[in-house]
Structure formats: structure tokens, C-alpha cells
Design a protein around this ligand. Structure first.
Ligand code: PMV
Length: 310
């Protein structure tokens, strides 16, 4: 009775993580992994069930220091006029947790959409996106809005944060093959975003220059993407990785994954998302399977995806 499913997309950032927080452009793409949520009515309280993660709990809004998820739920229910309604929220995550693939935003969008259907709220995508952005603020203080935008719309997108964020859908002439390599180390986006902020405060001129450089790579990468010029796109990814490393958001495992990818014919490889752990992406149109195999042989998890295109 009264079941409703909502979904939010996972994503990769092709170019522009971190600098996007400082108003520069980024290119991101949805991956064919999503998080789904289902709402059922209950008498009272909010039950959260995530079978795959062994989570089964009742949210405690009156706790002394409620976790960020509970606080964002309280805020969300208030925004939707649902405070006090009893419900069971069941979540089916196909996006791995804390792997830099936008899991938290995808979860927020899935829950909001499930509520939208279940309670007949008539929310537009724009409103879903806004509400997910509010949720993301609880996860990490200064989100750019890129994650929630991708989770909501699921388009290959050129994005720039701002009062009126720029969200330009990029049409690819053909699907882009990408290998995702997962370090298995949790990426805590809030931590790396804070790290970059501290470093930027100490050396603003140097960091502003790095952000500008990355914005330049985004511009060149955009042209390359639109013409399937993979040599150039790969080079932009490699140079971008150098700059991310300069900002010290890379890690031992990420660098190893990147070297494995390049040694096996990747034209470009870089971390994706917040870094510190999480995942890398590699562009190896001639040898995606070989790159994925080599990553697995080294003991990491890898998936092959294609993004965009007809
Ligand atoms: O780690 P993820 O998937 O949440 O991506 C974070 C992207 C950043 O640019 C580092 C932060 C942001 O808010 O855009």
C-alpha cells in the first residue's frame, strides 16, 4: 500500500573538482549507478532502513548532537511541511559509499523524490535540486551544488556555481568510455574541502592561480569532449591530476591506481570527487577492459561505464 520509489544518480567529475567550490567551471557526468528510496506510512517517527549497509534505526531528532543525516532530514521534513508524519524510509544504494561518486547527493535526491511521489507534493526537478542542495550543506559546509545537480538531472553537464548556477547540458557525439577505479579508502569530502580552504587562506594567490588553470583545462576539455578528441581530453585529465596533487587532495592509493591506468594505455587518469581516498577515473578507449583488469589484479575494485552519447 502506498509505495513510492525515487532515484538519484551517482556521478563522476571529469574535470574541475575543488576549483568548482571557488566559482570555476567543472564538467561532470552521471554514471549508470543510482540510489533508490521507498517511503511507507507508519504511525509515528522516522525509521531508516538501508538493508545493504545493515542500517535499521529510528531517527532521534531530540538527541544532543544528532548526526548530519538526522539534521538534514529534520530540515527537509520542515521544508516539505511533513514534520511529525510517521514514515519508513527504505534505501537501496547502488552507489558505493564515500567513494567520491556523489553518494550523499544521490541519497538525498532519492529520498526527496520518494517523498514527492508518496505524498503527492508536485515538486519540480528544480525544487528537488534546491532541497538536495540544502541537504548537502549538512554533509559538507560549502558544497558547490554540482553533486546535487548531477544527482537530480543526470546529464553530462558543464557547471558553474553561483546565485544562478550555470547548468549547461553537453551533447556528446558518442558515448564516452570510462573506467572507475576505487581505492577502498573512504573519501571524506568535508575534510579535503576544508584542507583546500585552509591552504587557500594561507596562499591565496597560488591557489587562485591553480583554480584558474583548472578552469582553463575545463574549457579545453569541453571542446575535446564535444569532438571526441580523446588524446586532448586525456591530457587535460592528466594535467588536472597534477594540479589536484599540488593541492594535496590525492593519496598513495589514488596515485597507484592512476599509474596502473596509465601503464595500461589510459590516455588520461585522475582522481574524481573530493579525493583523499575514493575513486579515480581513467580514459582508455582502446583498452578499458585491460585497465579494469590491471586495477583488479592489484587488489582494487574497478567498473567500466560509458557516459553520455546517443
Ligand atoms: O566527493 P564528492 O563526490 O562529494 O565530490 C565533491 C566535489 C567537490 O568539488 C570536492 C566539492 C563540491 O562541493 O563541489
Amino acid at each position: 500500500e502506498g509505495e513510492a520509489l525515487g532515484a538519484g544518480h551517482g556521478k563522476i567529475i571529469l574535470l574541475g573538482e575543488h576549483s568548482v567550490v571557488y566559482g570555476r567551471r567543472a564538467i561532470a557526468a552521471p554514471i549508470p549507478l543510482a540510489i533508490q528510496a521507498r517511503i511507507e506510512d507508519t504511525r509515528e517517527g522516522i525509521e531508516l532502513i538501508i538493508p545493504r549497509w545493515g542500517v535499521e534505526q529510528r531517527l532521534d531528532f531530540d538527541a544532543k548532537r544528532p548526526p548530519s543525516f538526522t539534521r538534514s532530514m529534520a530540515r527537509l521534513l520542515e521544508s516539505l511541511g511533513l514534520t511529525g508524519r510517521g514514515m519508513r524510509i527504505e534505501i537501496f544504494p547502488n552507489v558505493p559509499r564515500a567513494m567520491g561518486l556523489g553518494g550523499s547527493a544521490a541519497l538525498a535526491v532519492a529520498v526527496i523524490r520518494a517523498m514527492n511521489v508518496h505524498f503527492g507534493l508536485g515538486l519540480s526537478d528544480a525544487r528537488v535540486n534546491e532541497l538536495a542542495f540544502e541537504c548537502e550543506k549538512f554533509a559538507h559546509g560549502t558544497p558547490s551544488g554540482l553533486d546535487n545537480t548531477l544527482a537530480t538531472y543526470g546529464d553530462v553537464t558543464l557547471f558553474r556555481a553561483g546565485e544562478q548556477p550555470m547548468r549547461e547540458v553537453i551533447e556528446l557525439p558518442e558515448p564516452l568510455p570510462i573506467v572507475i577505479g576505487m581505492s577502498g579508502v573512504e573519501s571524506l569530502t568535508a575534510k579535503t574541502v576544508t584542507r583546500v580552504r585552509e591552504a587557500w587562506k594561507k596562499n591565496p594567490a597560488i591557489y587562485e592561480r591553480i583554480f584558474d588553470e583548472i578552469d582553463g583545462l575545463v574549457g579545453l576539455g569541453l571542446d575535446a569532449l564535444k569532438t571526441s578528441d580523446y588524446d586532448t581530453l586525456g591530457e587535460m585529465m592528466n594535467v588536472c591530476q597534477g594540479l589536484l596533487n599540488a593541492m594535496q587532495v590525492s593519496s598513495w592509493e589514488l596515485e597507484e591506481l592512476i599509474q596502473i591506468a596509465r601503464n595500461n594505455g589510459a590516455l588520461g587518469a585522475k582522481l574524481t570527487g573530493g579525493g583523499g581516498g575514493g575513486s579515480i577515473i581513467a580514459l582508455a578507449p582502446e583498452n578499458s577492459a585491460g585497465v579494469a583488469r590491471a586495477i583488479r589484479a592489484a587488489g582494487y575494485h574497478a567498473i567500466e561505464v560509458t557516459v553520455g552519447g546517443a
